[in-house]
Design a protein around this ligand. Structure first.
Ligand code: C2E
Ligand code: CA
Ligand code: CA
Length: 668
């Protein structure tokens, strides 16, 4: 910007669209309003001082009337500006006021000059000097008080200084002329000083404005950042599929309610975990979009049935977490669980078709059964797993009995880790009888563990513990070696069935270890049947199938164990390299009394015939059950009716004397 245009810019009082001009105006107005009363007071005193010695020597119009008008106007303006100090003015009003003040000052200066000229013409020498002094002092007063309203100062200087100086120079009074020239010089010096002062102010205001705008933009950025952080935080705590709080949020809430910093550490709580049974099947059969839709509908159902005081979160997969605040009693908790299970059993209508699942729920009470968020989760999970194993499709509340079991499990885990398993593990054999030939078709090898400290430990318990500890592969290899060694003594037409765990199948290392044991053994691989459960396969179908195919390549056969308990779909049965199917003993218990069960068993038997699979029925204990099953066309039977699991030597006896089995419980 050139010096001239910069100079001109100071006169653009009315340019209220220019931000720095507006700020400058505001500052000018503030100073002007604040200083106006004092300025007018100074002018009044100045005027009285001038006239007091002469008021009766001249016309009263000049010494009383006109000064009286001036003083009245000054007082009026002074009071007005004083009242304006606290008033708020808009930018337009300020610009208007400043603008009119310039012209009002000019008009005042002209009036002042006319009046001064009249006084000057009186030819009283001392009065002439006094008038000059008065005029210059008035100018100085204006200049200092209206320092920032530069146009006014310049205009006043021009109106007062130029005509008065010319007038005096044109006269012959040398003293006055020198005084006038001196005054002009002083006035110019003061104006230039004021101008630079004014420049400084304008720059300061500009800098202040820039700083303010930088600050505002920083504040805006900080606001945006905060907003983004808020959004990120929200995203990080919400499950994107169901819009429910996610795992992180669930644990944060739990921590908040139960942690050291909890506001209400004594508040009763119940933590629940819900898991869908059969979800994986729907995902596999109908595809992931259907699985996703099912999860969304599940979350909606949960929200619909659970009232105030119960929060739901999706923890991952088909697992949901619940936090119930202030529950009444165990019955109340069980009712909530029942409500959830009943609701989840209702058919879900998806785009891909109608599907049905079940829900299992595990609950734990805080602080009675667990007092930290971690323990609450672990125990709710235990209750959930317990329910899956024992009461499937129902809710279980963690109890002190469960605590005892867990404590026992800790002992079991300790012993499993420390003890010599090679020494303590053994295998028993339960015959599978061919009811057509009345001969032993094979034996199922069943693990046994006798520990000096714990005594006999049930296989389902120590197998489960070893699975949890990740050492099941070690047990399986020991057991398979022992079972094969024993089986070498059996007749050539007797096979050996051996149970594999889900973890065996998902560990390539264990599968290869098993193959190597089979290869090294003298027992022919085509007489080995590996039993796997439905749940094992459903856990990771692809991996399980690959492992099974490898075992089949060795010549071994595959049986699907506990069929009917794992909610597996027929598509699994069809896609797996199966040779046999074992009907779970839970179907046999009431086969004699329940027609529905009979129908189910008959359907499975027919399915096996159609798929060309051998069907084995487990858990047959009575003659009645046997007769019914035989009538249905069941050929291979396993159960206490024929024999309990036998020691190796007894198994050998059994097979050698079983050419004519009719009935024997506990061996022949
Ligand atoms: P499973 O594979 O279903 O084994 C059959 C279970 O039913 C055996 O229990 C057997 O003793 C029992 N049983 C057979 N006939 C009858 C009957 O007429 N009535 C009744 N009430 N029960 C009968 P066990 O030996 O206690 O084994 C329990 C489970 O432990 C097995 O169920 C199997 O899942 C697991 N298991 C046993 N040995 C092994 C093993 O070597 N490896 C693996 N991974 N699991 C094993
Ligand atoms: Ca089995
Ligand atoms: Ca079984």
């Amino acid at each position: 910007m050139s010096a001239w245009s910069k100079y001109i810019s100071h006169f653009k009082i009315k340019d209220i669209h220019n931000e720095s001009q507006v700020a400058l105006n505001r500052e000018r107005h503030k100073v002007m309003t604040r200083q106006a009363p004092l300025m007018y007071a100074t002018l009044i005193i100045n005027m009285i001082t001038l006239l007091y010695p002469h008021w009766d020597k001249l016309s009263h119009v000049l010494t009383l009337l006109i000064p009286g008008i001036f003083i009245t106007v000054f007082i009026h303006h002074g009071i007005m500006e004083y009242n304006n100090i606290k008033r708020h003015f808009s930018d337009e009003e300020i610009a208007g006021k400043l603008y009119s003040s310039v012209w009002e000052s000019a008009a005042f200066a002209v009036a002042l000059m006319v009046w001064a000229y009249q006084l000057f013409s009186s030819e009283i020498p001392i009065l002439q000097v006094q008038i000059m002094f008065f005029l210059y002092m008035t100018l100085v007063v204006f200049a200092f008080f209206l320092m920032y309203v530069l146009p006014t100062v310049i205009l006043l200087s021009a109106i007062i200084l130029i005509p008065s100086t010319i007038y005096i120079l044109m006269g012959d009074n040398i003293v006055l002329s020198v005084l006038a020239l001196d005054s002009v010089f002083i006035a110019l010096a003061v104006t230039s000083l004021l101008f630079s002062q004014y420049e400084t102010l304008a720059n300061l205001i500009k800098q202040k404005l820039e700083l303010t705008s930088q600050k505002q933009s920083l504040v805006r950025q900080a606001d945006e950042l905060e907003k983004m952080n808020g959004q990120n935080l929200q995203l990080a705590n919400i499950d994107t599929l169901t819009a429910l709080p996610n795992r992180r949020s669930f644990f944060a809430q739990l921590e908040q309610l139960t942690g050291k910093n909890s506001k209400k550490p004594t508040q009763k709580l119940v933590v629940g975990l819900m898991d869908l049974d059969g979800f994986k099947r729907i995902n596999d059969v109908f595809g992931h979009p259907a699985g996703d839709a099912l999860l969304v509908k599940t979350s909606q159902r949960l929200q619909d049935i659970l009232g105030v005081g119960i929060s739901v979160a999706r923890l991952g997969g088909d697992e949901f977490g619940l936090i119930i605040t202030n529950p009444q009693d165990v019955d109340d908790i069980k009712n909530i669980g029942k409500k959830i299970c009943d609701s989840m059993r209702q058919v879900f209508h998806l785009k891909e078709g109608s599907v049905q699942v079940a829900a299992t729920v595990g609950f734990v009470e805080y602080p009675e059964m667990a007092d930290t968020s971690q323990l609450l989760f672990e125990r709710a999970d235990y209750a959930l797993c317990y329910s899956k194993q024992h009461t499937k499709g129902q809710a279980v509340v963690f109890s002190s009995e469960h605590e005892t079991i867990i404590r026992n499990i800790s002992n079991i885990e300790h012993q499993l880790r420390e003890t010599d398993l090679e020494q303590e593990l053994s295998v028993m054999f339960q015959p599978i009888v061919d009811t057509q030939t009345n001969r032993t078709a094979g034996f199922e090898a069943l693990a046994r563990w006798h520990n000096p400290t714990l005594g006999h430990v049930r296989p389902d318990i120590f197998i489960g513990a070893a699975e949890q500890m990740g050492i099941i592969g070690k047990l399986t290899t020991i057991l398979l070696r022992k079972a094969l060694n024993a089986a070498c003594a059996w007749p050539d037409d007797v096979y050996m069935s051996f149970n594999l765990s889900i973890y065996d199948l998902s560990s390539p290392q264990t599968v290869l270890g098993l193959i190597s044991i089979v290869e090294k053994s003298d027992f022919p691989s085509h007489r080995i049947v590996f039993e796997i459960t439905e749940t094992a396969v459903m856990h990771d179908f692809k991996q399980a199938n690959e492992a099974l195919n490898l075992l089949k390549l060795q010549g071994a056969q595959i049986a699907l164990d506990d069929f009917g308990t794992g909610y597996s779909s027929l598509s699994y049965v069809q896609r797996m390299p199966l040779d046999r199917l074992k009907i779970d003993r839970s179907f046999i218990t009431d086969i004699a009394t329940d027609k529905n069960t009979r129908n189910i068993v008959q359907t499975i038997v027919d399915l096996c015939n159609n798929l060309n699979l051998d069907c084995i029925v487990e858990g047959v204990e009575t003659q009645e059950q046997l007769s019914i099953l035989k009538a249905m066309g069941c050929r291979y039977i396993q159960g206490y009716y024929f024999s309990k699991p036998l020691l190796h030597s007894d198994a050998l006896n059994f097979v050698n004397h079983s050419t004519n089995i009719t009935k024997k419980s506990g061996g022949l």
